[in-house]
Design a binder for this molecule. Structure first.
Ligand code: CA
Length: 289
């Protein structure tokens, strides 16, 4: 299977796709470009929203507006990026850390983790609750990345990219806290690391492969790769389900760090791609606060 171009947007580090089912819009962030993008499927209108910090991930809020996990912690802002209100920075002591991937669970809690740019295992995974209280869920992380939940929301899947695999935790449904960590998938291919991730209704995981030119579908119960979707960009960063039938996979990519020759070979690097994959995915949830 091969993904098709949805929109050529030339992101430096496209990430964190969010399907807004109420308006039929796809949103994503260009972390290094300091922009949030949104694309209206029906009208074809594509907007770039300037933001004051690198936004690693964001979620739409039930109340309207956005919650972001950014370079200096969490913040709330309007949909046009205005009225940026800082909430908290969980790691003020680490100037070389920034927030990376994040996502809400079905209860509307926002999970997001940090990336230690010096590659030391001092980053963490956090959750911020709808009342804006927050806590650390896991430490010893280098590059916090993909997050996904099982169909019954009792299992959480997590990628720390430099560990080259997917770990699973048990979830306490009342608090969202995590326990009983275990590695369930390992990527063996040299030069390829797992990045963003989503889950489908059958409980299978779709993992974006940074350096791998693809998204792959995995069975977390057996650790086996079931299929791949080729993407015409080396750095595939994340994916999310959406579209009218919730069976369309949206895929973000990056152009950061490509040589001149690589840019000629992959002129669509940094664009967003899509493909119908024949299975329905889990929705993108809003922040309940
Ligand atoms: Ca990522």
């Amino acid at each position: 299977m091969k993904a098709n171009l949805l929109i050529a947007c030339n992101c430096i580090l496209g990430e964190g796709p969010v399907w807004d089912e109420r308006r039929g819009m796809l949103w994503w962030t260009d972390i290094d470009g300091k922009r949030i993008h949104r694309y209206d499927r029906e009208t074809g209108r594509h907007e770039r929203i300037e933001v004051p910090e690198k936004v690693g991930a964001f979620a739409l809020r039930e109340k309207g507006g956005i919650i972001v996990a950014a370079a200096n912690g969490w913040a709330l802002c309007n949909e046009d990026g205005s009225d940026w209100r800082h909430i908290a920075d969980p790691e003020p002591e680490h100037a070389n850390h920034r927030f990376n991937d994040g996502k809400c669970d079905a209860s509307g809690r926002f999970y997001a983790g940090t990336y230690a740019l010096d590659n030391q295992p001092r980053a963490s995974l956090y959750v911020i609750q709808p009342d804006l209280s927050w806590e650390r869920l896991a430490d010893g992380v280098i590059c916090s990345n993909g997050l996904a939940w099982s169909p019954d929301d009792r299992t959480f899947y997590y990628i720390d990219s430099l560990k080259k695999g997917v770990d699973r935790f048990q979830v306490d449904p009342a608090t969202g806290r995590l326990s009983d960590r275990r590695t369930v998938i390992t990527l063996e291919e040299p030069g390829v690391v797992p990045d963003g991730m989503t889950a489908d209704e059958e409980g299978m995981l779709w993992v974006a492969e940074w350096g791998g030119w693809k998204v792959s579908r995995w069975n977390p119960r057996t650790g086996q790769r079931l299929m791949t979707v080729e993407v015409p960009a080396k750095y595939v960063t994340s994916c999310a389900f959406g579209g009218e039938g919730m069976d369309e996979l949206f895929i973000t990519t990056a152009s950061v760090g490509l040589t001149e020759e690589e840019r000629r070979q992959q002129p669509l690097a940094g664009s967003v791609f899509h493909i119908k994959v024949g299975v329905r995915g889990r929705p993108t949830y809003r922040f309940a606060g």
